[in-house]
Design a protein around this ligand. Structure first.
Ligand code: BG6
Length: 508
C-alpha cells in the first residue's frame, strides 16, 4: 500500500507524533459558536496532521431534526471557513465518513438511549473500542442534566480495557459554591481522572512556552523575583465585542469570563516554582500553591476597576455600545472590562504587585505577560541623556504576534551618551518553520490520549473563585461599571488604579 506523504510534517522531524488511539468523540452543542469556529476545525486539523486513528468517529448531538448529512454539511462549512491547515479532499472525505448525528433534547432519555446505540454500533463498524469522550460545549445550566443522562443511559460506564472521559467547557461554576456543586455533580458519575476541565489558554503554544522559557534556561531564574521585578502586568485585550453571545455573557462579565480562568492561569504559570517533573500532579500542585498565596488588597475600590464599552469607532467602523447590543438589558451592570491588582504572599513575590486587565472592544487584540523590572539603582550618566529611558521589561507575547520581547536601554548612535529603550525580539514565525497548532487541537488530542497536565484540576478552579468572589461581591454592592469608548484603551479608573501606584499600563 502506498501512503500519501503528509505535507504538514517536516521530513527531518524524527520524533514520533503523539497519535490518539481508537475512539469516539461525542460533541454536545455542535451548532454553537465554539463548535463551529474552534472544535470542528481543530478536529479536521488533527486529522490532517495524521494524529487521529483511522476509525476515529465524531458524533454530534443537538436539538435539530437532522440527518448525518446535515451535520457533515455544518462541519464542512466550519472546516472550510476556520481550519488552520489547508483543505485536503481525501482527509475530509475520510473524516466525514466517521461523522454521525443523533438528534435530541437534553431532557429526553430516549435520545440518550439512541446515542448509546449509535456509539456502540461505531465500536463494531469502525473499531472504536468502547472509548468515548463526551465534550460538553453547552450552556452550563445543562451540565447536570447531561451528566445525569450519561449515567442513566449507561454511557458513563466502561468495560475493562476501555475508557470514558468528560470534557467540561468553562465557566466551571459562577462562584465558589456553584463550582463545588458542579464538581460534586460530575463526580457522582465520573472519577477525577476522567474529568477534563478546559481552559483553552493552556493549550496555546505561547502559554506553554512560559514554562519552557523559565525552566529550560538559566538566565531568567536569578532575576525572576522581588529583588529585580518591580511589578507584573498581565493583559488580555480584545478588539471584538460580545458578538452574538449576549445570553452567555450578560451577568457573567469580563472577570468571570476570562480572569477567573485564563488570566489567573497565566499568573500561576508566571509566578509558580519549578515543578519536580512535568507530570500533571506536579505542575498542577505548583500552580495551586501560587493561587493559594494570592492576596487581594484590603481596599477593593482602589485595587480594582471595571468598565462597559460605549459606542465608538473600531477599524474605521462605527460600533455600538454594550447596552445597545441585541439581548442586553438597558440597565445591565455587566462589566466588559476588568482590572485587578493582586499580591502573592511568598518569599519570591512579596511586595511585587501583579496587575491583571482584560477588556472587549479595545483598540487592538493583544495578550501578553510583561515582567517590568526595577530601575537601575544608579545611573552614571547625566540626567538629560537618559530622559527617555523606561524600565527594563521582558514581555511574553501570547498573541497575536507570538514571541518574546526584551526591552532595555541602549546608546543612541552619536557623540553623546544618550540612552533610549530598544526591543530585542524573538518571533515564533521567524525561528520556527512550523506554525503553532490551535489551542483546541492540542487539548482535544490530549483528551483522546488521556494526558491531563494542561487541564486545571478542581483545586485550581476553586482557588481562582476564592480570589474572584470577594471582588464580584464588592462590585455588586458598588454601583455601575464606568463607560469607556469602543476602540480606546479602557476606563479611566483603570489608569487611575496604576497611577495611584506611580505606574502606568503598557500601551496596547
Ligand atoms: C473565551 C472567552 O474563553 O476566550 C471569550 O469566553 C474570549 O469571551 C475568548 O473572546 C478569547 O480567546 P482567544 O483564544 O481568542 O484569546
Amino acid at each position: 500500500m502506498t501512503t500519501t506523504p503528509n505535507p504538514l510534517r517536516d521530513p527531518r522531524d524524527k520524533r514520533l507524533p503523539r497519535v490518539a488511539g481508537p475512539s469516539v468523540l461525542v460533541l454536545f452543542g455542535v451548532t454553537g459558536d465554539l463548535s463551529r469556529k474552534k472544535l470542528l476545525p481543530a478536529i479536521y486539523d488533527l486529522a490532517n496532521r495524521g494524529l487521529l486513528p483511522p476509525g476515529f468517529s465524531l458524533v454530534g448531538f443537538a436539538r435539530r431534526e437532522w440527518e448525518n448529512q446535515d451535520f457533515r454539511q455544518l462541519a464542512y462549512e466550519a472546516v472550510k471557513e476556520h481550519a488552520r491547515t489547508p483543505f485536503r479532499e481525501d482527509v475530509w472525505t475520510h473524516l466525514a465518513e466517521g461523522m454521525h448525528f443523533v438528534p435530541g433534547e437534553f431532557s429526553d432519555p430516549g435520545a440518550f438511549d439512541a446515542l448509546a446505540m449509535a456509539v456502540k454500533e461505531l465500536d463494531t463498524t469502525r473499531g472504536t473500542g468502547g472509548n468515548y469522550a463526551f465534550y460538553l460545549s453547552i450552556p452550563p445550566k445543562f451540565f447536570p442534566q447531561v451528566i445525569e443522562q450519561l449515567r442513566r443511559s449507561g454511557l458513563a460506564e466502561h468495560g475493562p480495557g476501555s475508557w470514558r472521559r468528560v470534557v467540561i467547557e468553562k465557566p466551571f461554576g459562577h462562584n465558589l459554591d456553584s463550582a463545588k456543586e458542579l464538581n460534586r455533580t460530575v463526580h457522582r458519575v465520573f472519577p477525577e481522572e476522567s474529568i477534563f476541565r478546559i481552559d483553552h489558554y493552556l493549550g496555546k503554544e505561547t502559554v506553554q512556552n512560559i514554562l519552557a522559557m523559565r525552566f529550560a534556561n538559566t538566565m531568567y531564574e536569578p532575576i525572576w523575583n522581588r529583588s529585580y521585578v518591580d511589578h507584573v502586568q498581565i493583559t488580555m485585550a480584545e478588539d471584538i465585542g460580545i458578538g452574538g453571545r449576549a445570553g452567555y455573557y450578560d451577568g457573567i462579565g469580563a472577570a468571570r469570563d476570562v480572569i477567573q480562568n485564563h488570566l489567573l492561569q497565566l499568573l500561576a504559570l508566571t509566578a509558580m516554582e519549578e515543578p519536580t517533573s512535568f507530570s500533571a500532579d506536579s505542575v498542577r500542585a505548583e500552580k495551586a500553591k501560587v493561587l493559594s498565596s494570592v492576596r487581594l488588597p484590603a481596599d477593593l475600590g482602589r485595587a480594582t476597576a471595571r468598565g462597559q464599552y460605549a459606542a465608538g469607532w473600531q477599524g474605521g467602523e462605527k460600533v455600538r455600545g454594550y447596552l445597545e447590543e441585541e439581548g442586553i438589558p438597558l440597565d445591565s451592570r455587566t462589566e466588559t472590562y476588568a482590572a485587578i491588582k493582586l499580591e502573592i504572599e511568598s518569599r519570591r513575590w512579596a511586595g511585587v504587585p501583579f496587575y491583571l486587565r482584560t477588556g472587549k472592544r479595545l483598540s487592538r487584540r493583544v495578550t501578553e505577560v510583561a515582567m517590568v523590572f526595577q530601575r537601575a539603582p544608579h545611573l552614571p550618566f547625566s540626567h538629560t541623556d537618559t530622559e527617555e529611558l523606561g524600565q527594563n521589561a521582558l514581555v511574553m507575547r501570547v498573541q497575536p504576534d507570538e514571541g518574546i520581547t526584551v526591552r532595555f536601554g541602549s546608546k543612541v548612535p552619536g557623540t553623546a551618551m544618550e540612552i533610549r529603550d530598544v526591543n530585542m525580539d524573538f518571533a515564533y514565525g521567524e525561528s520556527f518553520t512550523e506554525h503553532s497548532p490551535e489551542a483546541y487541537e492540542r487539548l482535544l488530542l490530549d483528551v483522546l490520549i488521556g494526558d491531563p497536565p494542561l487541564f486545571p484540576r478542581q483545586e485550581e478552579v476553586e482557588l481562582s473563585w476564592e480570589i474572584l468572589d470577594p471582588i464580584e461581591e464588592y462590585w455588586a454592592e458598588h454601583g455601575k461599571p464606568e463607560q469607556y469608548k469602543s476602540g480606546g484603551y479602557g476606563p479611566e479608573s483603570a489608569d487611575l488604579l496604576m497611577a495611584r501606584d506611580g505606574r502606568a499600563w503598557r500601551r496596547l
